[in-house]
Design a protein around this ligand. Structure first.
Ligand SMILES: NC(=O)c1ccc[n+]([C@@H]2O[C@H](COP(=O)([O-])OP(=O)(O)OC[C@H]3O[C@@H](n4cnc5c(N)ncnc54)[C@H](O)[C@@H]3O)[C@@H](O)[C@H]2O)c1
Ligand SMILES: Nc1ncnc2c1ncn2[C@@H]1O[C@H](COP(=O)(O)OP(=O)(O)OP(=O)(O)O)[C@@H](O)[C@H]1O
Length: 569
């Protein structure tokens, strides 16, 4: 076959070639029949080897240091392999036979496979490095917290459990219950006098945060206790009769004293209601109130009698808010709940979300009845939904040798990786723990919590999932494939999304619809469930509130009933 014929043939066989390449690249399995590559395709194979060479060179430091790649039959240097490929090309006469080409294609495939394996090893090493960094940070946090008075053994247990969760060996439900067998103690990290801004003279000193206990129970369950051993092996029988998660109740053990308000900006309704609620809480419940700096300024400008409100001045003080605040009240829509959650990079106090938005999926409390609702919550007990968050790390290829990586970002809804302003398909390699999942070619990918399942993931065709279901949703955005169905993965996995070196463009990650970050070829995003969920108060209970939201918010399965008259069996 002449070169001209080969060039003509390339057009028609390009799809086959792409499939063959992706087989060898991503699965490392027997790729099946090999299409005969045309001359320009040989060139592209060499180019792809060249691209991957960069990857291999970059990964030498994190590999065993030998600077060589081990394959089943031989050890090949990536640079040598490329050189050899070019030499081979130079030696191959234009009138080479199909057999030569097939042989060459096989050789290139073997090299590509080996390079791929090295690239995967590198990505795994990066993921591992990120985990170790987090463990180190945990250790530092542990040291800091051990200075703080409280339930010392609980802190250490908690951190141990947290660390073990990071190694992805325990389920979230196992972490629960540090102080008591059937609940969670809230007072591991509290101290008598908390650091922070100096209170104004007429401020009541905040001593300790309110103490509470969580218990698990459901209607008709008399003992109301959570069974930890939900999988037991007795007399040779395995049973799952006792479920890990039942409706969770929060019962105050000491009265809550401090409430933080987070409010939607630029809304007059919200502003008026906030001013009214703040005053009511102070005058009728003697509650200390924190508001955002913007709101503090607004209220004090209007009326100096609001001088009892407290606020913060900088990020360091925000980091301490969780040690002072018993309850968060949000006034707005779902976006305000997301905003409130984003302020807390660690533990989050229970959130009471009042609906002042249009949809209000996570805002079940009616603002008109705020007195009654707040009374119920302040007195307790009340049901909560523990909403998992995803902890996302961006790992930069360019910063692979640096000790300090970017801070993790916590999302309540989802992290989205999309094509941003690029007009090319996103090209993303996805791994779940150490297994290759798939390669996304389309507009992007949504990695969502179950709370986020009714947000962007839903719009992209994902399932709606009850927020207490322990899972992570993997939902493609406009995949250019006929068979890419969304997945739901277990909560204990770590997902890694990598922009491959041979990607045509950049990808963009956004976190709960905010904080867009560019991902360049070689960069990766690593996500796992965070140990810090967002506890949201329920009006009724988790399930009733969820069903009410999908029925009233989304008009789920709304259809006129069929009339009685008409044909019958
Ligand atoms: N095509 C889409 O549906 C699409 C596109 C971009 C972003 N979003 C969503 O918007 C969220 C950010 O919300 P925002 O209020 O800051 O932006 P926004 O003001 O653009 O509002 C987005 C809409 O999504 C709704 N929403 C948010 N979280 C939800 C949830 N968990 N369940 C059901 N509905 C939910 C909100 O009520 C609002 O109506 C992102 O996390 C993402 O899920 C959706
Ligand atoms: N306290 C806040 N500070 C800064 N931005 C906020 C705050 N609260 C909410 N936002 C932002 O304001 C936007 C609108 O908020 P929200 O979604 O609560 O209102 P909405 O759009 O009226 O309600 P819905 O989402 O139900 O339609 C969101 O993008 C959110 O991130």
């Amino acid at each position: 076959m002449s070169l001209d014929e080969l060039t003509d043939k390339e057009q028609s066989s390009s799809e086959e070639i792409q499939v063959a390449q992706s087989d060898s690249k991503f699965r490392g399995l027997n790729p099946g029949p090999i299409p005969i590559p045309a001359a320009p395709s040989i060139r592209s194979l060499v180019d792809s080897v060249s691209d991957e060479r960069l990857d291999v060179m970059a990964s030498h430091q994190s590999e065993n240091g030998s600077g060589s790649i081990s394959t089943a039959s031989s050890t090949v240097s990536s640079i040598e392999s490329e050189k050899a490929a070019y030499e081979y090309l130079a030696q191959t006469p234009i009138k080479s036979t199909d057999a030569h080409l097939v042989e060459f294609s096989e050789a290139m495939r073997t090299v590509a496979k080996a390079l791929r394996r090295v690239a995967e090893g590198k990505a795994a090493a990066q993921a591992e490095a990120a985990e170790w960094k987090r463990k180190y940070e945990l250790e530092m946090a542990h040291k800091q917290q051990s200075k703080i008075k409280g339930c010392g053994s609980c802190v250490s247990n908690d951190l141990d459990k947290l660390a073990s969760q990071l190694t992805l060996e325990t389920s979230a439900s196992d972490q629960l219950g540090c102080c008591g067998k059937h609940g969670i103690c809230s007072h591991e990290v509290l101290q008598d006098v908390v650091p922070g801004p100096i209170p104004r003279p007429n401020h009541k000193m905040v001593g300790r945060k309110a103490s509470f206990k969580l218990s698990w129970g459901c209607n008709g369950d008399k003992n109301g206790q959570h069974k930890h051993d939900f999988v037991s092996f007795e007399k040779g029988d395995i049973t799952t009769a006792e479920r890990s998660n039942k409706q969770i109740l929060l019962k105050w053990e000491s009265p809550p004293q401090t409430v933080l308000f987070i409010t939607k900006p630029n809304s007059n309704n919200v502003h008026v209601l906030c001013a009214e609620m703040v005053r009511w809480l102070k005058e009728h419940k003697n509650i200390n109130v924190f508001v955002e700096p913007r709101v503090s300024k607004e209220l004090l400008t209007e009326d100096s009698s609001y001088n009892f409100i407290q606020t913060w001045d900088n990020d360091e003080e925000i980091k301490l808010l969780h040690t002072k605040v018993d309850l968060i009240v949000t006034l707005g829509g779902d976006g305000t709940v997301l905003w409130a959650a984003s302020l807390f990079k660690g533990p989050v106090p229970p959130v009471v979300a009042f609906s002042l938005g249009s949809l209000g999926f996570m805002t079940p409390f009616p603002s008109e009845q705020y007195r009654e609702c707040l009374d119920n919550v302040l007195n307790g007990p009340f049901s909560i939904t523990l909403r998992n968050r995803l902890q996302c790390h961006v790992i930069r290829d360019a910063a692979k040798d640096e000790l300090v990586t970017e801070d993790p970002i916590l999302v309540l809804n989802e992290v989205t990786i999309d094509r941003g302003i690029s007009s090319y398909l996103t090209y993303l390699e996805c791994y779940c723990d150490s297994s290759f999942v798939t390669c996304v070619q389309g507009d992007g990918l949504i990695i969502s919590t179950t709370s986020g399942s009714t947000a962007y993931s839903l719009a992209a065709g994902g399932s709606m999932v009850h927020p207490q279901v322990p899972g992570i949703l993997f939902t493609p955005i406009c995949p250019h494939s006929l068979s890419f169905r969304p997945l739901i993965l277990p909560e204990y996995v770590t997902l890694r999304v990598q922009v491959p070196y041979n990607s045509r463009g950049h990808a963009w990650a956004s976190f709960d619809g905010k904080d867009r970050r560019q991902l360049s070829p070689g960069d990766a995003l690593i996500c796992s469930i965070s140990p810090w969920p967002v506890p949201t108060a329920c009006v009724m209970d988790s399930t009733t509130d969820f069903l009410r939201s999908i029925q009233e918010g989304l008009h789920w399965n709304l259809r006129k009933s069929q009339s009685f008259d008409g044909p019958r069996d």
